[in-house]
Design a protein around this ligand. Structure first.
Ligand code: OAD
Length: 252
């Protein structure tokens, strides 16, 4: 059984004029999407991240990278949002009805927040459903598959290889998304960091930015992270368990 939420946390949520939320792989874990770097079950269990999600990995072995993403896309296509996702939809609706600003920033590329029904979602690491050309950068909507290499870009005789439109290690984040996320972190009254190890920059610095701007920062995670000791409230547990209860305790 979970203990009651601290009164002050509930008050902060009820009184907030601007709420920002950051999610990581843990928010999708209860939907059956593996996290990235949890021992054994993590997505990187067999490979090092740099061997699959990096530009040089794609240059060296484009087919392996393409196939790994195909496998992940298949995995994601068949999963449904979980109770944590739906609680965030409820939170957005309740807050918007009170003209409170709500920004959901995600590092996840699975699109599950949108599938659940959240409106204001900032995707920091792209979306695995989208495909773009590694050479000209244009988003591709059709291609011819082969069994030896990723499809070629069909735009204007470009011929480059197609790749997922996600951010790889060593690549910059989409600038507009990053700026919006930073602005939301710096001006919110309350910031929720949910299911992220806060190890990958620059997303990992968003909770710290919120703390520096004097926001109340809440972490929801079954395991400690580098920010656990610094946040205002560390709620230890699964997002699918804690979030619906937090929404009910605040607005129920
Ligand atoms: P990680 O795999 O690094 O961390 C997942 C976090 O979720 C861990 O801290 C877990 O304790 C926590 N967790 C697991 N199950 C949970 C649950 N049910 N509820 C709440 N928390 C849970 O994933 P991220 O922090 O998202 O980047 O990783 C950040 C980025 O690193 C990813 O976006 C990806 C990866 O490399 C790229 O692909 C560019």
């Amino acid at each position: 059984m979970m203990k009651r939420f601290p009164e002050d946390l509930i008050k902060s949520l009820r009184n907030a004029k601007r709420v920002a939320v950051l999610t990581g792989a843990g928010a999708s874990a209860e939907s059956g999407v593996p996290t990235f770097r949890e021992a054994q079950t993590g997505l990187w269990a067999e490979y090092r991240p740099e061997d699959l999600a990096a530009p040089y990995a794609f240059e060296k072995n484009p087919w392996r990278v393409w196939e790994w993403y195909e496998w992940r896309r298949g995995l994601i296509e068949n999963v449904m949002p979980n109770k944590g996702h739906y609680a965030l939809v409820e939170m957005e609706k309740l807050l918007k009805a009170q003209s409170v600003e709500f920004t959901l920033i995600t590092q996840n590329v699975d699109g599950l927040h949108q599938k659940a029904g959240n409106q204001n979602v900032i995707e920091l690491h792209g979306n695995i459903e989208r495909t773009k050309c590694a050479k000209c950068g244009k988003v591709a909507v059709r291609w011819q598959t082969t069994e030896t290499h990723p499809p070629h870009c069909l735009q204007d005789n470009c011929g480059g290889l197609l790749r997922p439109d996600v951010v790889w290690f060593g690549e910059s984040l989409p600038l507009e998304a990053l700026h919006k996320a930073m602005a939301a972190a710096q001006r919110c009254n309350i910031f929720l960091s949910i299911g992220t190890s806060t190890l990958v920059q620059p997303a990992a610095s968003l909770p710290t930015m919120a703390l520096d701007a004097k926001a109340v920062v809440v972490e929801i995670n079954p395991n400690p992270t580098p920010i656990t000791g610094r946040v205002t409230y560390a709620l230890e547990g699964l997002s699918g368990y804690i979030l619906p209860r937090l929404v009910a305790a605040t607005w129920g």
